[in-house]
Design a protein around this ligand. Structure first.
Ligand code: UD1
Length: 419
């Protein structure tokens, strides 16, 4: 198992390019199930989760070739509409195949995901919505067994009481091949939902309203082969911004999706860090004191839960106290006790953390618990005096394209070693 060693205290300086977005490429790969031929995707980063999704599609009898930044997928001769437990337990987003399988093949057998480090994360809202499109859903041995009615899924009015990103994507994909019109209200407005809709439009789907909380989909008979270039990863960009900020350095980031990062930019600027936008480049300039800022995570366009841990790392060296409230996931504070081991002063009350800024963090061994928590520990290690060692970095590799290499290219003293 790999470990990451960091010798903190070095201000970052240099350039890095933002990779393609994990959370858009996962649903994009699932759209291949709907397509009547090959789907070519570009801007593919090296991520464990994408390899897992490719394996899942291959397991179903499809072709999923990943070659550098390009993926070529062909699920037109899919033989087995099954997502087995062994795969789903390692990646919850596997449930994104449910809607496409039902729409195109009329049946699906997808393992229930179970819990994960950051909370229960059920898929009940996906299932209820598919039922309103006429699907019959049964549970059998830990699997969701879903069947479309004779003649296929039918358009429906669907309201999500809780905003769900993959739920919106699952239903939007299912509705592209359903009979008639589907209207989703309470839809997620995340940029990744918009990117997925745009890829479906390139395949011939009829969708409007994506990016608002009401998405309208008119079913078509088939989706045709297409090529699509995935958007850059706003969370990776946000993580690199936080890295430059916490190190007191300066970084030029290339390929940054500014519009998707408004809430993050606003909080980073409030914290006293300069951000200069130029085309799709972003110059991050830190160096002065970090000001303590409060955040509340919200669905897009609010502050993203996927940036909460990294922002908390930055707040550990703030000038006063910062109140961080997590409203999306019930247990997304696993990084708190690890950050405190570096000398941070964070106390918890329910879904709120109070981060009292300290003058200095000092390096320590830490253990990664989930994807974004891993990134926050690395950020804190960049600011800490002395060496840190972060173990269980397989969490990090699920969703970051070699974050350690990018930080090293920005001048961080960081290296990966085998245990
Ligand atoms: C997606 C992102 C994840 C991000 C999250 C919130 C992907 C692959 N993952 O996850 O990185 O942190 O959005 O922005 O895109 N819920 C239910 N029932 C459901 C579905 C969701 O109760 O059927 C709850 C969840 O437990 C959570 C909230 O709704 O409390 C939002 O979750 P959701 O938006 O669905 O997260 P994911 O789509 O799994």
């Amino acid at each position: 198992m790999d470990k990451i060693l960091v010798e903190g205290g070095q201000p970052l300086s240099g350039e890095a390019k933002v990779s393609g977005a994990k959370n858009t490429i996962l649903p994009l790969m699932a759209t291949a199930i709907l397509c009547d031929g090959p789907l070519i995707l570009g801007n593919i980063p090296r991520l464990k989760d994408l390899v897992t999704m490719a394996r899942l599609l291959q397991h179903m009898g499809g072709r999923a070739d990943m070659d550098g930044e390009r993926a070529e997928l062909d699920l037109s001769s899919l033989t087995s509409p099954v997502a087995p437990y062994e795969v789903v337990k390692t990646m919850r987003a596997s449930s994104l195949v449910l809607g496409p399988l039902l729409a195109r093949h009329g049946e699906a057998r997808v393992s229930l995901p179970g819990g994960c480090a950051i909370g229960a994360r059920p898929i009940d809202l996906h299932l209820k919505a598919l039922e309103s499109m006429g699907a019959r859903i049964d549970l059998d041995g830990g699997y969701v067994v879903a069947r479309a009615p004779a003649g296929g899924l039918k358009g429906a009015r669907i309201h999500f009481e809780t905003v769900t990103v993959t739920g919106t994507e699952n239903l939007m994909m299912a509705a592209t091949l359903a009979r008639g019109r589907t209207v989703i209200t309470g839809a997620a407005r995340e940029p990744e939902v918009v990117d997925t809709a745009q890829a479906l439009l390139a395949m011939g789907a009829r969708i409007s309203g994506h990016g608002t909380d009401e998405v309208i989909i008119d079913g078509v008979d088939l989706l045709r082969p297409a090529s699509y270039w995935a958007m850059p990863d706003r969370i990776e960009a946000g993580t690199l911004i936080a890295a430059a900020a916490i190190s007191g350095g300066e970084a030029l980031l290339r390929g940054v999706p500014h519009a998707a990062l408004e809430a993050v930019y606003s909080k980073i600027r409030e914290a006293g860090v300069e951000l200069h936008e130029d085309d799709d480049n972003l110059l991050v300039k830190a160096g002065g004191p970090i000001r303590s800022v409060n955040i509340v995570t919200q669905p897009h366009p609010g502050f993203p839960t996927d940036m909460q841990a990294q922002f908390m790392a930055l707040m550990t060296i703030g000038d006063k106290a910062s109140i961080i409230t997590e409203t999306i996931f019930e247990n997304r504070f696993m990084h708190v006790s690890e950050l405190n081991r570096l000398g941070a002063d964070i106390t918890m009350e329910g879904r709120t953390a109070v981060v009292s800024g300290v003058r200095r963090l000092s390096g320590a061994p830490m253990m990664a618990t989930d994807l974004r928590a891993s990134a926050s520990l690395i950020l804190a290690a960049l600011a800490a005096h002395g060496p840190s060692e972060i173990s269980r970095v397989y969490h990090l590799d699920r969703g970051y394209d070699r974050l350690d290499e990018k930080l090293a290219s920005l001048g961080a003293r960081i290296k990966r070693v085998k245990d």
